[in-house]
Design a protein around this ligand. Sequence first.
Ligand code: FAD
Length: 488
Amino acid sequence: MPYTLVIGSGIAGLTSALLLAKEGQQVAVIEQQARPGGLLQTYRRAGHSLATGLHYMGLLGDNDFLGRLWGYLDLSGDLTFLPLTEEGGELIYIGGKVIRLSNNKAKLEKEFLTLFPNDRGIIEAYFRQMEETVSRFALYRLNPPKGQEIGPNESTSLLHWLEQQKASKDFINTISYLSFLYGLSPAECPLYVHLIIHDSFLRGAWRLKGGGKSLINSFLKKLAAYDVNIRTNARLAALYPHEGSLVAELQSGEQLMAEKVIYTGDIGALPAILKEPKDKRTALFLKRIGEQNYTAGMAGVGIAFAGNAASAQNADFLRHNHYIYLPDFLAAMPQFLREIVTTSQTPWLFISAEEAGSAQLLLPVPQAISQNWPSPGEPAYKELKEELAEALIKVALVALPELKKAKIIDTFTPFTYERYLGIRSGSAYGLAKNIDQLSSARFTAKTRIPGLYLAGQSILLPGIVGASISALSAALEILGPKLLCKIK
Ligand SMILES: Cc1cc2nc3c(=O)[nH]c(=O)nc-3n(C[C@H](O)[C@H](O)[C@H](O)COP(=O)(O)OP(=O)(O)OC[C@H]3O[C@@H](n4cnc5c(N)ncnc54)[C@H](O)[C@@H]3O)c2cc1C
């Protein structure tokens, strides 16, 4: 029976392993960390559960990609989805105003038209363009991919398109809050990436009761039913072909033979992992990998409300996502935070609330800045985290006075993600799928190394949805297109 080794147990690894196991394939997973789950993991502070890489996600409607995929994988029965307040679920603090935006296409279009009446033509064109773009992305709709997925607009940036349409500055700035969700400024972000990700959040944007942990547990339960072993503390150090198979060498020196390998780890680590023989085209492929830029990392603060978390005062705050446009608050910031914000491609502070009465304030930090920060362990690092936490709370309080009732329970930086989850430079969304490296950053599930497949957030699109689509793409390469008929 074919044996596939999956490297990594984040959403991409767990999804591809379960897809293969359900089809009767022999599968094993190795994970370098002590616990499976990658960026789905949650952690506890002061009695509260805090998220790492899953705050909310889209596409969970019955007819949408994740809704169908998780239904097919039999995960949905274990999960409780918590819809955001559908009306005005996203609160955008910009230009001294609070703008309430819905996670529903028809409602959002009406809200945009009321807020930006002079942009009517552009707003209508925006939603038309969104429909057209997602209709070309076959896998997003669980249709067999037909090669060229995206089409004519792929080399246009979001900003270029909006400016061509003569959109107002206010509309452009407001819509740029979405840039937080993929780590690219409107000038860098391909229009199709923005539109697909926006569309995904407009098809039911949900939190998960119990956060990413409940999803990990559901995956583990299903994988165990198929006897799929997940080995933790097992780091892939080298990979090379041998007599028609692949040899995966672990850090410990142990060697595992597999017919196929699905690699979901950091794509930038592949040049060090893939050993000889390297032909010319493989060498070019590895060189291309080495040249990629990554998205910024996240620093921030975990907070919790004292007393009854569900009290009426906090309940409204906790039912929304909050996005604060930081350039409006420069005057309230200490110099070092101002520097982060003015260098950032995505200058938004995202406040992700949890139903349980805790929340996280997340700030994208450009690597050009974090690389000059003191290292964890140095006293100056602890000071920096404390100063940052204080400054973020101060800025957030200007927009959201109710945060006065919250206390700080955690602080983190891109180093935290690097250290505890092994994420390169703490990058939040993997490879930057930006206009400049659009064709060079395009990696497909099938590689030119026989038996090696790629999945994960850097392959097609970032986020839980992007990593899940890439996992399906890798499974389809191995199992063939008939799998799609079963999922539909
Ligand atoms: C702060 C933050 C907030 C986010 N919020 C959201 C959100 O609200 N919604 C959303 O959709 N997306 C969000 N994202 C993005 C989302 O978390 C990721 O896109 C997605 O989880 C990536 O999944 P993955 O499987 O590709 O990678 P990972 O979850 O990183 O999994 C890769 C796994 O491979 C393992 N691994 C790597 N190398 C090796 C090796 N050599 N040997 C063995 N194992 C290895 C790693 O340890 C890891 O467990 C967020 C990200 C961050 C950082």
